[in-house]
Design a protein around this ligand. Sequence first.
Ligand code: ADP
Length: 531
Amino acid sequence: ALYSDSAEAILEDIERQFHLDADVLVSLTKAYLDELAEGLGAYGNALAMIPTFVTGVPDGTETGTFLALDLGGTNLRVCEVQLHGDQTFDLRQQKYKVSEELKTGDASALFDYLADSVDAFLTDSTTTAAPPGLPSGIPSSLSSPAISSPSIDTDPPALHLGLTFSFPVEQKALDSGVLLTWTKGFSAKNAIGHDVVQLLQHAFDKKHMHVKCVALVNDTVGALLSRSYTAGGCILGAIFGTGTNGAYVEDVAKITKLGNSPAAARGGQMIVNTEWGAFNNTRSHLPTTPFDNKLDRESINPRFQAFEKFISGMYLGEITRNVILALVDAAPQPVLFGGKATDVINKHYGLDSAVMSNIEEAWGASDELKAESAKIAAPTSLSSPRWESSLSPTEGVRLQRVREVLVAKLGFAPADVSLRDAAVVRRVVTMVAERAAKLSGCAVAATLVQIERAVLGGGPSPSPRKGEDTKIGVGVDGSLIEFYPNYERTLRESLRLLVGEEVERRVDIGMAKDGSGVGAALCALQAIKQE
Ligand code: ADP
């Protein structure tokens, strides 16, 4: 037999390590709220709680045309955004690859590349007819509003650009912020401690480009603003993609670290970028497994972004790979693949979290299938000698589909993957993703508690004036929440457990489509209004 009777016991032991019960979720949410309060009170804490100087959210009536540049994830994007003022917009965008050399080389090369990309985007716009007197290649929609009487010897006015820069930045003003640290695999030299708007503007100026960066936005703020524009209101923007982070609307009076600055004196509300990926950096609330520790040790930022490493797309595949490796190497006998591995499995970050989605889809994560599988008798323990013969026909078909994914995506020969392997990997994948989604629910729940729209443990909101019966808008972005089967559902289960069903039902989670582009445009608009 390929498997010892201890296979089930080994797997169950790992599943126990990944399981988060209600008590743990509650205490994690409390711990998160403590770190959040510390971050609002002083600079330099684990949760950076960055004041963004964005002092309101849009309602959908905003208008204008702007450039947006988005750096912070897998791709670099340049967009032109037209806000129509009726909750709709037009967006034209181009994606550019960011190579490992650029991510890890010198910052000047990275920012020159950003400027080159914007230049290429504008040059590419030759299809948009430029009015007479304008240099060709600049989209007329961008330039025309300001050029009412073009003259030959005056330069066209600069195009306004919003930079979505999704790394921890200590913001000084809407158009100024110093990079605190890199995340998500970036480590370019000579950037930390510098103003990223200046770095970008310098790169534009060197190339004599008529582009002015007027606003610096985090992608979470972008998600919040753009969802608010299209939905007519929103209180939280959250990203579950390569990384994870959230930004929410806070009372300025509670951001006590603003001291007696002009922003504090002005009062009202301000969007705070939590940088929640760093929750637990300096504590140890998260129930950490050896698989997490391995990931952290081998990462380029050990002990940083602790929460993010449990949650985001960049890491879920790697955690899963670590568990699979342990099962391949299990003693006294392998639990997976008869002890064989492939190049994909042996390679650091070789397993993409998108493959986990593929596995879940193959297993059949739809509600219909879930209901069907609930009818099937409880899954037979892997150690049952008649395991395969005990499978129902439906289960057999579904495992067969999972097996095909493993062959196609992990590089196994068909003969090396049994249905039992498929069943084991599917359980591993689900356990890793469920933990991530439940933890994501803690961050959302804590935010609702912080802004007095919910009470930890459930019950009516403490602050009825803040809209007891209305929906609570949450704008989200990222492949994980968009595509991962059941991610949002599990997040909601965790939320329900933490703040009660009544509040959870009113939470309206919606994709902030093109959030970074539209958000940057909305922020650029706010910036030029303040000029
Ligand atoms: P970014 O956050 O970089 O802007 P995405 O939101 O697309 O971009 O996130 C990319 C991350 O999501 C990568 O880590 C990738 O592995 C992961 N990913 C992409 N597609 C899927 C999917 N279908 N299911 C789960 N994870 C995915």
